[in-house]
Design a protein around this ligand. Sequence first.
Ligand code: ATP
Length: 436
Amino acid sequence: PDVETFNCRQALEQLSSNIFELLRTAGTVGDELNQNVYVVGGFVRDLMLKTDNWDIDFVTEGDGIVFAKALHQAVGGKLTVHPQFETAVIRLSSHITLDVVTARREYYEYPAALPKVEKSNIWSDLFRRDFTINCMAICLNQSSFGDMSDYFGGMKDLQNKSIRVLYNLSFIEDPTRIFRAIRFAARLGFHLEVSTRQFLQQALQNDMIRRLSHDRIREEFLHMIREQESFHHSMTLMKELGVFQALHSGFIVQSHTLERLKGIRFAMEGFRQLSPSSFNQTVVMLMQIMSEVPPAYLEEVCQILVANQTLIQQMMKSMNQRDTIYHILKEDEVDRFTIYQLLRPHTEEALMFFYNDSDDPYIRHYIAFYLLKLRHIQLTISGNDLKSLGINPGPIYRRILDNVLKAKVLGTIYDHDGELKYAENLYNRLKEAPHA
Ligand code: ATP
């Protein structure tokens, strides 16, 4: 194959000195074992883009596990080997991970299958990869330290800001690449090269995406959500390319949703700063992305994106009650207790979703008010306190406690003593007029 070569030594020297030394050491270890060692994939792409990447992927022409063990001896960290895949991982620190694979060829027995693997050379190892920008390798052995092999035009595509597959069946063989293409395009601000876009759309038309297990779809989707800065962009591309519809015909995403996704991070960040809380941002984003799915399809779409069944039921309950909630909160005077009762059954994630999803200033105001002011209100007294007041247990307990809570939410009382006094007074009044 035609190969463009560049020397990248200078770019490598710009890296922090510990990473540079690590690469030098990897090359020396390769020399000692008589193996060619390359750094490949995302690390090389990001090196060229001058972006930090602490996940370093090594490919060895030779036994990767032997290499990983020797490298581990030299650099330390925690080594994990996967003999069945001929791969190993060295975790050097909380943010630096070294992945080692033995150069291999992959082939697919049928579309969307997991690939079969056999030992090979660097070219084949690069050819099994997804996009040209992820297919460049830099040699680390001392005699050719820094020599880059670019067999597929990755450098040119980086310059043209282009995501390009290596061959036309790429998306058919592995439809997860559809998500990856979108994620990289969104993250890097690149475009899908014209034929790549066509191949991607052909794969969608052939329903390839439905051959993926929900687990694999979910994993890709979560990857996109985690890349929060480009999430709005990746969802826009998903819509533009028809990926949602390909996942499920009821997975409707319209411009309202995309518009709402734009501000979601800031809304969540704002609440976090005002009131320390530990809500799960991913859940909020998932609810927003599914916000226009018709109720009849909601469960099926949830099943694709979410594994946890309890969470699915919770999300659906809130999403199905959304219109009722909006209807009640649209008014300009809703009392505190109504807000409290209406919103209390919902998780913080659902409330963040309602807040972000609604256009109505009253609704937003009430939800924010609940989240910041009302959410934490709880009774400090219980049935035992009522017993100590000499009240005989019975249905009256519920009635008294509900009323005390209401008074507390409305701001009439605010502490333990206030609650006790209020309960006692109420009990005395009820004794006199039990049906009042
Ligand atoms: P990131 O910055 O998101 O970590 P990355 O390029 O390092 O990006 P990984 O998912 O860690 O992405 O994958 C490492 C390398 O493995 C990629 O650069 C790519 O070459 C290859 N790769 C990963 N997934 C696939 C896939 N589904 N098909 C082909 N090649 C893949």
